[in-house]
Design a protein around this ligand. Structure first.
Ligand SMILES: [Zn+2]
Length: 237
């Protein structure tokens, strides 16, 4: 089925000129590559740049499609700065962050995520996630955490093993963990980590703000088999 027009990548008019201008403004070294720039229907405020020797494909989230040109400029500059490891000017960073924080942007993102996020399967397989949630809740959260929806991803994710999405109020664990070779403690650890995200909501995580505060990291270490679970997950990669 063809995607509706609003869900397809579209070239950004004047995108190449814009990227070259930001390239110069940031003081990136060397000759600018040939930029191919498009709006891409990410489920979040995600922007990506793939750089080859003299060619770069830049994709800006299409959430920016109707944003003021100065915001698009700032997003492009921050993306380039990250790709070229340059500290971006504070002015551009602030401008972009103001846009991210604006209630109108948050609402728009929420609508898009509800539409675009992949469905997930109800949790019913080897591990009973609801029962596991309740056990962890009693042990580590004095049973005070409310339970979001729990599900397994449709496909086995490789890098990310779990995700909490506040807009959907849903924890999804990678189907990769729903296998006989995975120790229960590992699944518990991943679920525990996502439960901490429920407890410590990172409002702006999607805009590159830190989702794991020091407090979060300290609390994570309270998990009884923390080292063992982390070691096991590292081997999985
Ligand atoms: Zn996390």
């Amino acid at each position: 089925m063809p995607r509706p027009a609003s869900e397809a990548p579209t070239p950004i008019p004047g995108g190449e000129r814009l990227l070259q201008r930001m390239f110069t403004r940031l003081g990136c070294h060397g000759r600018p590559p040939h930029f191919v720039v498009e709006f891409y229907p990410y489920a979040n405020l995600t922007h990506t740049a793939r750089l080859a020797k003299d060619f770069a494909r830049v994709r800006l989230s299409d959430v920016l499609r109707h944003a003021p040109s100065q915001v698009i400029e700032a997003a492009a500059a921050l993306l380039l700065a990250r790709a070229y490891r340059i500290k971006p000017p504070a002015e551009l960073r602030d401008r972009y962050q103001r846009f991210c924080r604006a209630p109108e942007t948050r609402r728009k993102l929420e609508r898009i995520r509800k539409r675009r996020c992949r469905p997930a399967l109800p949790a019913a397989d080897r591990f009973d996630l609801a029962a596991m949630f309740e056990r962890l809740n009693r042990r580590y959260f004095v049973a005070a955490l409310r339970r979001p929806r729990l599900a397994w991803s449709l496909r086995a994710w490789r890098v990310q093993m779990g995700q909490y999405d506040p807009a959907l109020d849903r924890i999804v664990l990678s189907r990769r963990l729903d296998r006989p070779d995975v120790p229960r403690a590992v699944v518990e650890y991943v679920l525990y980590h996502e439960m901490l995200h429920v407890k410590h909501p990172a409002q702006f995580a999607r805009c590159g703000f830190r989702a794991h505060s020091c407090e979060f990291r300290e609390e994570e270490k309270r998990f009884a088999r923390y080292d063992e679970a982390r070691r096991w997950l590292l081997r999985l990669r």
